[in-house]
Design a binder for this molecule. Structure first.
Ligand code: SF4
Length: 304
């Protein structure tokens, strides 16, 4: 899920997590048209460059979020992940960032000096990364590259948490955790009904909640929560209360949540009747989450 912020991008410009906080330029045209799996974004949130890995080049997802920004009208270039090609693209991208050549490119020239650093390698593409059949082996291979070429970078998984109960996925999560990793799990509903309205999947809400709880008991999670207007209606107050209740259930069960990212639609969503919340509405949700759960919450706004 959810591609996070993509402020300027290079490579196979894809996005899983929905949000974006504009920084350098809001421009997502492809630059390296030859790249199939690896791209780069400059991110204010991560205070540096994030190298994105798209493990869903077929653009298939087990969710169908109303706010999804993946362009599914354009047919995919490839449908499967070629691991050796992916690793080759990753080496090249790391070199571009580390040598500074990335910032000689037109699209990255305006990057402020303090953001000209590699922050992370993030699994975030055109679908749910953990559904990739070779997910475990790919994570192992990328962790190995990171170990040798950019040890300090984080390894981030942006996910809808639907597959955490699979053995291979669990093993991959453990590898991510051992490699300066962070799991950003999306949760943006408090009730089954609202979850179905927003995420449009047949996967039961309880499975997502159980998966989040179990993973949070192993390692601290970041929760990504996108709220929006649906047919011009903001999320109902009782839904937001229920959302806080779900977070409290995770922590009451011994789960750790290190951050709740509250954001809204920042790019063209799948459905025209989905629109962004105002900055004040996002702030109000952050305040509610902090008050009701005691967790740290951060606001990320929509287009200004
Ligand atoms: S449909 Fe899939 S790719 Fe799109 S935002 Fe939802 S989880 Fe992410």
């Amino acid at each position: 899920m959810s591609d996070q912020e993509k402020d300027s991008s290079v490579g196979s410009a894809t996005s899983h997590s929905p949000l974006t906080t504009s920084l350098v330029v809001r421009d997502h045209r492809r630059i390296f048209v030859d790249n199939l799996y690896v791209y780069a974004v400059v991110s204010r949130r991560s205070k540096g460059v994030s190298i994105g890995i798209n493990l869903n080049p077929d653009k298939i997802c087990n969710f169908d979020c109303v706010y999804c920004q993946v362009d599914r009208k354009t047919p995919p270039v490839v449908r499967e992940v070629d691991l050796s090609r992916l690793i080759e693209e990753l080496y090249e991208m790391i070199e571009l960032v580390q040598t500074g050549k990335l910032f000689e490119m037109e699209r990255f020239r305006e990057t402020p000096p303090h953001l000209r650093r590699l922050n992370d390698i993030a699994f975030s593409g055109d679908g749910e990364p953990t559904t990739c059949p070779d997910f475990f082996n790919i994570v192992e291979a990328i962790a190995d590259v990171k170990q040798h070429r950019c040890q300090d970078a984080k390894l981030i998984l942006i996910t809808n948490a639907s597959m955490f109960d699979r053995r291979q996925v669990k093993a991959a999560l453990a590898t991510i955790d051992r490699n300066n990793g962070e799991i950003w799990a999306k949760l943006e509903a408090g009730t089954e009904d609202y979850y179905r309205l927003v995420d449009r999947t047949t996967i039961p809400f309880q499975r997502i909640l159980d998966n989040i709880k179990a993973e949070a008991q192993c390692a601290p999670l970041v929760i990504q929560a996108l709220f929006m207007r649906i047919h011009d209606q903001p999320p109902p107050a009782e839904e937001l209360e229920a959302f806080c209740d779900r977070l409290n259930e995770v922590t009451a069960a011994g789960g750790q949540i290190k951050l709740v990212q509250v954001y809204t639609v920042a790019r063209v969503p799948a459905e025209a009747w989905v629109t962004a919340l105002s900055d004040a509405e996002v702030d109000a949700i952050v305040e509610l989450v902090q008050k009701r759960t005691g967790l740290t919450a951060e606001a990320f706004y929509g287009p200004s």
